[in-house]
Design a protein around this ligand. Sequence first.
Ligand SMILES: Cc1cc2nc3c(=O)[nH]c(=O)nc-3n(C[C@H](O)[C@H](O)[C@H](O)COP(=O)(O)OP(=O)(O)OC[C@H]3O[C@@H](n4cnc5c(N)ncnc54)[C@H](O)[C@@H]3O)c2cc1C
Length: 372
Amino acid sequence: MIDRVLVVGGGVGGMSAAVSLARQGVAVELIDSDPEWRAYGAGISVTGLSLRAFEHLGVLDKVRERGFVGGGIRLRTPDGTVVMESPPLPEDAPAVECSGGIMRPVLHAIMQEAVREAGVTVSLGLEPTGFAEGEGAITVALSDGSERTVDLVIAADGIFSKTRAALFPEAAAPKFTGQGCWRIVADRPAHVTTTEMYIGGPVKLGINPISADKVYAFILEHVPDNPWFAEADMLPRVAELLAPFGGDIAAIRDNLGEHSLVNYRPLEWQLLPLPWHKGRVVVIGDAAHATTPHMASGAGLAAEDGIVLAEELAKTDDLAAALTAFGERRFERARLVVENSVRIGEIEMSGGNQVDANKMLGGTMHKLKEPY
Ligand SMILES: Cc1cc2nc3c(=O)[nH]c(=O)nc-3n(C[C@H](O)[C@H](O)[C@H](O)COP(=O)(O)OP(=O)(O)OC[C@H]3O[C@@H](n4cnc5c(N)ncnc54)[C@H](O)[C@@H]3O)c2cc1C
């Protein structure tokens, strides 16, 4: 029987697990190493699996209010000409058929509200420094010198998880794929009511509404040398990448300035082989399976992990059996997203067959609509 849980890491995965378990009556403490529990300022796309998980967690209405939820896709050529548009979704379409976008700090604020409302204890500016498993419990030493003795530790500390490194020292480190992702927040033209992709240009470019008046633009650039960009170089680089595009993209480029929110991240991935637990510690979210954003599903997978883990823990008093069942229920789904996302990136970088990439994307997104 699980009564006390320590969640390490308050991103989407950790918060989903904390909320789900607290609602089952478990005493949950969530720690995050960031004393301010921030999320960096960039837009994030939310696909059907993310929205279904947010609905399960009871936060979908707030995501609709403070972000953007719609559906479909519009394809444009680099000069802005529309070449394809999917038909509008019915008003009552289920969450899993929808898609949208939201600022990451807004999504985190919504989930943080749910964490507090569920009665989770939140302790910030803390990280684990050691784990000692005893008879029927595990004691975690924390960076402020204190200790917590709990039934289960959930490691949701992201792609560079120190808990994973401590638990599974043999696990492969995250790998750089060769692409970098730029994200820019801009004013939303009234006619941008869905995700828009610009096809046939020198870089992969799309825009997605993230609220009533803002969009975020994302650019995937092939950067084999994995360069580092100084703050001062970011705006000029983004302007250069946007230069071949017309229409709304030209307006976004013309309005770039010191006020602009620009974020750059090299793309890395990792997939921890099963088991995802050792003794009384289980690894979830990006700490277990970090993907590139080609399917915009990493946050959704992390949210699902938290929900599924709580479900498996509620089914049995046998902790090892519950953690094994959790890993087995999640691995294939995570592998599908991670490996197919990486493969699509490879096709993009090598100038390979875009039809194959689109088929893989469509097939995977369809599969992800199945129950988790
Ligand atoms: C460029 C880029 C674009 C992306 N776009 C999308 C998208 O559009 N849609 C989508 O669904 N996904 C997207 N993703 C993936 C998504 O961001 C991740 O899958 C998701 O954030 C994973 O959530 P998480 O909770 O597992 O980890 P994280 O969000 O990384 O959270 C980890 C938390 O742990 C804390 N932490 C770290 N170390 C410690 C420690 N030692 N002790 C305590 N706390 C610690 C951190 O402060 C953080 O709060 C993108 C990823 C990248 C790189």
